[in-house]
Design a protein around this ligand. Structure first.
Ligand code: S3P
Length: 440
């Protein structure tokens, strides 16, 4: 499906509530499936990726009752397999476009005597899986990959704990190893080169499992064997989805937008400090109250005179999904914005590094990749009157749609349906803010 994004002539005004966080939704569903008892999950993101995880746990024997809440989120009652373990499914588990589903499932299955094949769409089948099957193999799991990719067959069994020095700062890898560690006898430790998102460390304790954390060494660990107990989880809004609305508000003159109920986990919000450094007007208003995940409202206003900044390697894991949209913002900032050591972008839902450079260049902006550093120089006039392919990548689809709002002529985004992976009602939220002035 093509989407034609037209230049906006009025500001974005009003409030939105972005859908539930994708990373937390996946984990809540998986942990509930692994737990003893019935968990109640609310605010769960209703998107293709999360539905892949829900389909997977159902196929593995968890009981799932699902209903749709008034705000479009999913409410789930999940009865887990607890100490009995998952049942062997009759067919391969289709993970669709979702890397989190595939990689976390490998850890979930690792310690159980089942043989399960995992498949994915074309994009997911190109993404590297050895980063997970490698450490799981050391723990005693037999994972047969297709030259390091999906389809992968996981044959679980008795596991030994390991100390794993991950070469990449990846929360998917970290989580897979920790989940496998819950079935090993002893302490399983993961050490990362930089701190990745910590939703697993925050959510496992709610399911009754302690996670050790040593910030100084960027390490965390679990002591196995351990069985999760059911928990009730409320999923806050997704900061990665909020980033698109925030950048739109920063770019469109006169805009003044509030984004409510957004997860404010510091391992996810580096895009806010980058926006502030660039001169965007961003206020963070934290919600009061307890919760494993802090949340609050983002207030973003258009700011004239954006300026360039440098995104350092230690910041990258906490904004890894926001680089495409921040690169668009950088194209409107004065000077040279550098995103250092963003090589991981090559193995996301598409080769995002190449796609950002090509897309921005096609729009008339100046972007180059110097090895693993992305350099965007601005400000550039975005010409529009072109078609850009999402490459089946949700975050590119939304980035190019935003480009159309501030370009001189419309931008057609091809394969726009990719947004269904994480933010199906993206256009609806944007239109509500765009028409707020007319409604006033
Ligand atoms: C995710 C971790 C990140 C991120 C992805 C979701 C997660 O991937 O890009 O969208 O939920 O753990 P990596 O762990 O591969 O960096």
């Amino acid at each position: 499906m093509d989407h034609v994004s037209r230049p906006l002539t009025s500001p974005l005004l009003g409030s939105v509530r972005v859908p539930g966080d994708k990373s937390i939704s996946h984990r809540a569903v998986l942990f509930a499936a692994m737990a003893q008892g019935t968990s109640v999950l609310s605010g769960v993101l209703d998107s293709e990726d999360v539905r892949s995880t829900i389909g997977a746990v159902s196929a593995l024997g968890a009981g799932v009752e699902m209903s749709e809440a008034a705000d479009g989120s999913l409410e789930l009652r999940v009865t887990g397999w607890g100490g009995f373990g998952p049942s062997e499914p009759t067919a391969p588990i289709e993970c669709g476009n979702s890397g989190t589903t595939a990689r976390l499932l490998m850890g979930v299955l690792a310690g159980w005597p089942v043989e399960v094949a995992l498949t994915g769409d074309d994009s997911l089948s190109r993404r590297p899986m050895r980063r997970v099957t490698g450490p799981l193999g050391r723990m005693g799991v037999v994972c047969v990959t297709t030259e390091g990719h999906l389809p992968v067959t996981v044959s679980g069994g008795g596991l030994v704990p390991i100390i794993f020095e991950s070469p990449v700062a990846s929360a998917q890898v970290k989580t897979a190893v920790l989940l496998a560690g819950l079935r090993a006898h002893g302490r399983t430790v993961v050490r990362e080169p930089a701190r990745s998102r910590d939703h697993t460390e925050r959510l496992l304790p709610a399911f009754g499992v302690e996670v050790g954390i040593a910030e100084e060494t960027r390490s965390c660990w679990v002591d196995g064997p351990a069985v999760l107990s059911a928990a009730d989880v409320v999923v806050p809004g997704d900061p990665s989805s909020a980033a698109f609305i925030a950048v739109a508000a920063a770019l469109v003159p006169g805009s003044d937008v509030r984004i409510e109920g957004v997860a404010l986990n510091p391992t996810r919000t580096a895009f806010l400090s980058v926006m502030e450094r660039m001169g965007a007007r961003v206020d963070v208003l934290p919600d009061v109250g307890p919760g494993a995940e802090p949340a609050g409202t983002l207030h973003v206003q258009h700011g004239a005179g954006l300026r360039a900044t440098t995104i350092t390697p230690d910041e990258v894991p906490s904004l890894v999904d926001e680089v495409p949209v921040l690169a668009l913002l950088a194209s409107q900032a004065e000077g040279e914005t550098r995103f250092e050591e963003v090589g991981e972008l090559r193995v996301k839902e598409s080769d995002r590094l190449a796609a950002i450079v090509e897309g921005l260049a096609a729009l008339g902006a100046d972007a180059v990749a110097e090895d693993d550093t992305l350099v965007v120089s601005g400000p550039a006039r975005l010409s529009g009157d072109i078609a850009l392919d999402s490459l089946g990548d949700h975050r590119l689809a939304m980035t190019w749609a935003l480009a159309g709002l501030v370009a001189e002529a419309p931008v057609t985004v091809e394969s726009f349906e990719a947004v269904d992976v994480s933010y199906p009602r993206f256009l609806g939220d944007l239109h509500a803010l765009a028409s707020a002035e007319e409604q006033a």
